[in-house]
Design a protein around this ligand. Structure first.
Ligand code: HEC
Length: 153
């Protein structure tokens, strides 16, 4: 038991160090092929969100990757309509008093409001995020555990 615990602790330490480091980490991942995704929201994502939210890249960019965003929002808003409403409201006016990713806010700053997107586009991209299964890369479970003290469900 003791040995197991100390292995777990040193494993987490390594991850925390690598999370706060600035080197690029190679991620072995086949990202969802957006071209094959037949969803109107996929195009909105590509033009309005992807420059900040990569599909699955490690958090070394300027915002958390999309699958991580989804994973956090869906825990609080598991129901489709509520999820979509949350994303739509958030993109129009990110509320610093109601953040679901406090670690990301600390690291990257609050997301700037994206007011150039029409309501229809916003609805489509929120649906796209809810309806698409994004692959979670291997590093994610351990990263989540380091940030939240528990495994993602
Ligand atoms: C200029 C960079 C940028 C763009 C463009 C951007 N985001 Fe973000 N977004 C961020 C950052 C940084 C965070 C993490 C910090 C935070 O939560 O404010 C974030 C967080 C989020 C969250 C989680 C917020 C929560 O607490 O519920 C959602 C959802 C989100 N973005 C959706 C989108 C969608 C959808 C688009 C495209 C329409 C988009 N973002 C475009 C930078 C961006």
């Amino acid at each position: 038991m003791k040995i197991k615990e100390s292995i777990a602790v040193s494993f987490l330490t390594v991850l925390i160090v690598s999370c706060s480091g600035h080197e690029q980490h190679a991620v072995n991942l086949e990202p969802t092929d957006l071209a094959k995704v037949n969803h109107p929201g996929a195009k909105v994502y590509q033009s309005a969100c992807m420059s900040c939210h990569a599909l699955a890249a490690k958090e070394e960019g300027i915002a958390p990757p999309l699958f991580g965003v989804k994973d956090h929002v869906i825990k609080t808003y598991p129901e489709r309509m509520a999820f979509i409403q949350r994303v739509v409201a958030w993109v129009k006016a990110p509320n610093p008093n109601d953040v679901l990713m406090p670690g990301a806010v600390k690291k990257f700053g609050l997301m700037p409001a994206q007011t150039q997107i029409s309501d229809a586009e916003l609805q489509a991209v929120a649906e796209f995020i809810y309806d698409t299964d994004f692959t979670k890369p291997d590093w994610y479970a351990a990263h989540y555990q380091a940030e939240h003290g528990k495994k993602p469900q």
